[in-house]
Design a protein around this ligand. Structure first.
Ligand code: ADP
Length: 739
């Protein structure tokens, strides 16, 4: 697998010797910022650079002194799972002035710092860019003042800047997700789920106000994730007369027996004329028009709180590593960049272009050019809005098309969080397209027994947030009952089947194990032969090792890992985490590994083991899984419609489904959703182990190892993986992480 020159590329790009990198967090705090700081520090040290913390954002840079401190590898341990920012953030008036920036430049030069990682919102990044442009002027001034030596101008000639966007609002253009957004969504959805349980006892309407003074992302995506009845966002204000429409909709759902209505209002929601729509206005409206018992919940800072989600930890860790690489590759002429993920690929984007585009959105909203504002927010935002509209608003029967097609939906395999969201979406989109929708219970087994019945729009209300499979699922393969299934398809005149299942979408495991005194946790994860959960969970939780089937290991690796961990635990590190995928090796079992670590760690640490088992499939689905299930299923249903229309023969009144693409798997590759004929998948699949032959996420494993300090034992050229990371152009298909 090794590329002939991968080692060369590795060393050329990764030498940070003689460089000093400083990292700071600025503006509003966001969960996941610590993961980014940790990754910058460890990657910086890994490449041989000196790394400095700047505490309290730009204020610390202006004030200098103790605010600027050299970071050690240990100084960032146990902060991956902490919310907010450990190194402090602030708003700083002084930095907006030339005088303030002059002081800041002086402080950096004194430490020899010419590389800066700024984690913050668009304000902070604008400030950083300005600072960079002024840099050489500032140095000349300092020389004139006599504060620094004349040769400093030459020595510190350029300031390199890289930005990472930390903002719970996801309000930065050019990036799919900003650090903190996913965690904020978790907080919102937890509240919605809590409200839903109390609301079952009373008939109530909840008006939920979420953060986002200028950006409706949190409101829109939480509305999608909980199937809210109405959502109000600044980018797309409702048409005039919306008040009546909203009340009609609420009253219609009540008359169908819904006990709970949810309306989500973004902090910055406005009407078509730019007038704010507040949550209390919405509440008064509902009370006045409908007389419903209505409550307002304003989430406020809760959304910034709590531990960062697995997604944010991975996002921030990957961005931090990429930021260091970007700094090492920057020349005096490269424009300042922000690092981000596009789909699942690390990318570098020109900082000022993104800032300008972000400001354009505001201008478009101010100028009431709302369509344009939505477009500028990006493709994923537009798609969220489209899907929300499609699923939340049922057209009256008379306006629905009639297709005369019957489509059945079923779940197969193990239950996975997000399945119900997918079924709801398929049913509703199917109905909107004019099909008659059928639900099959208990997978193919149920199908063979004729457990099939029509399912209507209202039957799937409230399904997005529920765990497991509400339809019921079985692992039985269709081959066992193929005759009977065919008979049922004929009997019910089913023209198309939409199958949800077969792979685990659960991301619960990625939540962390948190530490106590000098203890190593050995955790067994699920996944059959697929090491995804162990590897990606390992990255999110800061694991020291993750044993998987795809990357074979032997006794020498185990020995190296145990010794590495023992050394680490002799220092200030209190916690070790080792993940083991259930089928990684038939002889090196979880018990074996547990006993090995227990024995070798005697006197240094004790070990605990935990087999996570079925709890990984349980619980309520994460916002990501809800939305991924919803969107992917809507897309699948639209594709089914298209295929049905294409293959329907008018003269015979039948659908002909005999081409290769009559049976496709819809999945995420890089940034795109791709329909791939199942017959083609045969070549890409390892049927014995039930995994794809190529696993895109293997390229993330080097990151986990670097962040866990495998400095000496890790040979990058052997895996050939890091090259992708270094060049920032992953070649394999990627599952998207953006919502
Ligand atoms: P955010 O980064 O979250 O958008 P702010 O807009 O409050 O938050 O910016 C954070 C800090 O960044 C400010 O307090 C200030 O120190 C600095 N900053 C923001 N805009 C500028 C600017 N145009 N010039 C210089 N510094 C700025």
């Amino acid at each position: 697998m090794a590329q002939p020159d991968s080692k060369k590329i590795f060393f050329e790009n990764l030498s940070g010797a003689g460089k000093a990198i400083a990292v700071l967090t600025s503006g509003g705090d966001a969960q996941g910022m610590n993961a980014a700081v940790r990754a910058v520090v460890r990657m910086g040290l890994y490449v041989g650079a000196k790394v400095y913390f700047i505490h309290e954002g730009y204020q610390g840079m202006v004030d200098g002194g103790d605010n600027i401190q050299e970071a050690s590898w240990e100084s960032v341990s146990s902060m991956l799972q902490v919310g907010g920012t450990v190194i402090g953030s602030a708003r700083c008036k002084e930095f907006r002035s030339h005088e303030g920036r002059l002081k800041a430049a002086h402080n950096l030069v004194q430490h020899g710092i010419t590389n800066l990682c700024v984690i913050g919102g668009d304000g902070s990044l604008t400030g950083a860019n300005l600072f960079r442009e002024e840099w050489s002027g500032l140095l000349s001034e300092l020389v004139e003042q006599g504060s620094i030596e004349a040769d400093a101008i030459q020595k510190y000639s350029a300031l390199h800047i890289v930005g990472m966007v930390g903002s719970i609002d996801n309000d930065f253009c050019g990036t799919d997700m900003t650090i903190g957004t996913d965690s904020a969504l978790h907080r919102i959805i937890e509240v919605v789920d809590a409200i839903m349980t109390t609301a079952q006892s009373h008939q109530r309407t909840f008006v939920l106000e979420v953060m986002g003074r200028h950006c409706g992302y949190l409101a829109l995506v939480s509305a999608l994730a909980c199937g809210a009845d109405w959502v109000l966002i600044p980018e797309m204000p409702p048409e005039d007369g919306w008040e009546d429409k909203m009340c009609q909709k609420l009253s219609a759902t009540r008359s169908r027996g819904t006990r709970l209505n949810i309306i989500i209002v973004a902090e910055g929601a406005i009407d078509r004329h730019g007038k704010p729509i507040t949550s209390s206005f919405v509440k008064d409206l509902v009370v006045k028009c409908l007389g419903f018992d209505t409550r307002v919940t304003i989430l406020g800072h809760v959304q910034r709180g709590g531990t960062p989600s697995a997604f944010d930890r991975i996002l921030a860790s990957r961005m931090g590593v990429e930021a260091v690489l970007a700094l090492l590759e920057t020349t005096a002429n490269t424009p300042a960049c922000v690092v981000s993920l596009c789909g699942n690929q690390s990318v570098r984007l020109p900082l000022m272009e993104c800032v300008q585009m972000t400001q354009e959105v505001q201008k478009a909203m101010d100028g009431k050019r709302f369509e344009e504002a939505v477009k500028l927010r990006g493709r994923s935002f537009e798609n969220n809005l489209k899907t929300y509209k499609l699923l939340a608003h049922r057209k009256p029967e008379t306006e629905l098309p009639t297709s005369n097609f019957n489509v059945a939906v079923l779940n197969v395999g193990a239950p996975a969080a997000g399945m119900n969201a997918a079924v709801r979406s398929a049913v509703r989109v199917g109905i909107s397209e004019g099909h008659k929708m059928f639900a099959v219970s208990d997978g193919f087994e149920g199908f063979s027994k004729g457990q099939i019945k029509e399912i209507k729009w209202a039957d799937v209300g409230g399904w997005t947030g529920q765990g497991g499979s509400l339809l019921g699922t079985k692992r039985t393969l269709p081959a066992k009952h193929v005759e009977k299934i065919a008979e049922q398809m004929r009997k019910n005149n089913i023209n198309a089947l939409l199958i949800v299942g077969g792979f685990e979408t659960c991301d619960r495991i990625k939540q962390s194990a948190s530490g106590t005194k000098r203890r190593v946790f050995i955790i067994e994860t699920m996944g059959g032969y697929c090491g995804y959960l162990a590897s990606v969970g390992g990255l999110a939780a800061g694991a020291d090792a993750a044993y998987i089937y795809e990357e074979p290991f032997d006794i020498r690796d185990l020995q190296a890992n145990v010794e590495h961990l023992t050394e680490k635990m002799k220092g200030s590190i209190q916690r070790g985490l080792v993940l083991r995928n259930e089928n990684c090796n038939e002889n090196y079992t979880t018990d074996f590994i547990y006993q090995l670590y227990s024995e070798e760690g005697k006197g240094v640490f004790d070990s605990r083991k935990n087999v996570l088992g079925h709890m990984q499939q349980g619980g309520a689905p994460s916002p990501f899984d809800r939305n991924f299930g919803t969107k992917i299923s809507a897309k699948a249903m639209q594709w089914v419609t298209k295929k049905l229309l294409e293959t329907f023969r008018q003269d015979e009144g039948r659908v002909f489904a005999n081409s290769e693409d009559s049976c496709c798997l819809l999945g995420m590759r890089r940034r795109a959703l791709v329909f791939q004929p199942v017959v083609q998948l045969k070549d890409d699949t390892d049927f014995v182990h039930r995994i794809p032959k190529e696993q895109w996420w293997l390229k993330l494993r080097p990151l986990m190892k670097i962040l866990a300090k495998y400095k000496t034992s890790y040979d990058v050229s052997d895996s050939g993986q890091l090259e992708h990371v270094v060049r920032n152009r992953p070649k394999e298909s990627d599952a998207s992480v953006a919502m």
